[in-house]
Ligand binder design. Structure first.
Ligand code: A2P
Length: 315
């Protein structure tokens, strides 16, 4: 196992189990299988709609003595409809109740985008709250309050561009420990990574395998495949491992955490075994050349006509 020590001296396990897109009915078993396989980091979010089942699985894992609470790292995320100051702590309490936990190891602002409180997923301009109506710093102050109360041991953000991260650092009293973003060889985010390294912020990569199980409406035509990329498959062949393991080992070589999603016990185990894959400098140079700033999750779904959010990633 590999850990990254955060600014608050807590150790984040480098590989975690992703639960985005893990269907109800399958996610609980995935969590149990992951813990049995040796995972000590589970990545959750209120909007994934499966935290109650994850919570049941965690309860079972603790009851069966598979792991102790203090040896597990549980992350969750504040959804966009709870950015207003009076909504943050109740949303966190709901997540804690669903997960059947007294505290989280890490709580993230899921997106730098705010919806009105009663909106699950905004699709029309008047369902959003603009950055002026719901300034991110006000939401962050509530995250800091949760941290100061000890309900969350670390706080951070997700999907924050370099610009948004820099802006937050100007006003934050307690700077974020983590920024969770899409990260893989086609989107290496060099500048963001360098900035995070300099500021002791850990980057966690989502969609490390290309998230092929996204719903059809989130996909573009002719998306490039990471798992079938020629450079990746050739490196995998050379190391006698799978393409997924190459993609995950690449994260470890970059010093980034990574949260591959799987509900398949064999692949859950395989993904953790990426710790055993040592990429050579030659492999890393080849992978470096794959960067083309390609996003599977382009966030265009937040850019509605007349709406307050444009160019979420500031590119
Ligand atoms: P499954 O859940 O059936 O294993 P990402 O983490 O980038 O979001 O990608 C998740 C997708 O990758 C899911 O479709 C998942 O399917 C699949 N996947 C997870 N692990 C592997 C693996 N080791 N090899 C191939 N596909 C994988």
């Amino acid at each position: 196992m590999k850990f990254y020590t955060l600014k608050n001296d807590l150790n984040l396990p480098a590989i975690g189990l992703g639960t985005w897109k893990s269907e109800p009915g399958k996610v609980g078993n995935a969590v149990i299988e992951a813990i049995k396989a040796g995972y000590r980091h589970i990545d959750c979010a209120a909007v994934y709609g499966n935290e109650a089942e994850v919570g049941e699985a965690l309860k079972t894992a603790f009851a069966q003595g598979l792991v102790e609470r203090e040896d597990l790292w549980i992350t969750s995320k504040l959804w966009n409809n709870a950015h207003e100051s009076d909504k943050v702590l109740p949303a966190l309490q709901k997540t804690l109740a669903d997960l059947q936990l007294k505290y989280l190891d890490l709580y993230l602002i899921h997106w730098p985008v705010a919806f009105k409180a009663d909106v699950g997923f905004a699709s029309k301009a008047d369902e959003f709250l603009s950055p002026e109506e719901a300034p991110i710093i006000n939401t962050w102050k509530k995250m800091e309050e949760a941290y100061n109360k000890g309900i969350v041991k670390s706080i951070g953000v997700s999907n924050f561009s370099l610009k948004k991260l820099k802006d937050l650092l100007v006003d934050a009293t307690h700077p974020p420990e983590v920024n969770q973003v899409e990260l893989h060889p086609l989107l290496q985010q060099k500048e963001l990574l360098e900035f995070c390294d300099t500021n002791s912020i850990i980057l966690t990569g989502y969609s490390p395998l290309g998230s092929g199980d996204r719903s059809q409406d989130m996909k573009k035509e002719d998306e490039p495949s990471l798992l079938e990329n020629k450079v990746i498959t050739e490196i995998a062949k050379k190391h006698n491992c799978s393409p997924a393991q190459v993609l995950l080992a690449w994260h470890l070589s970059c010093g980034t955490a990574v949260i591959p999603k799987s509900t398949n016990p064999k692949r859950i185990k395989e993904n953790l075994e990426s710790y055993d894959v040592s990429l050579t400098n030659e492999d890393l140079l080849k992978i470096k050349s794959l960067d083309k700033g390609y996003r599977y999750v382009d966030a265009k779904f937040f850019e509605v006509p007349g709406g307050p959010y444009k160019n979420i990633y500031d590119e």
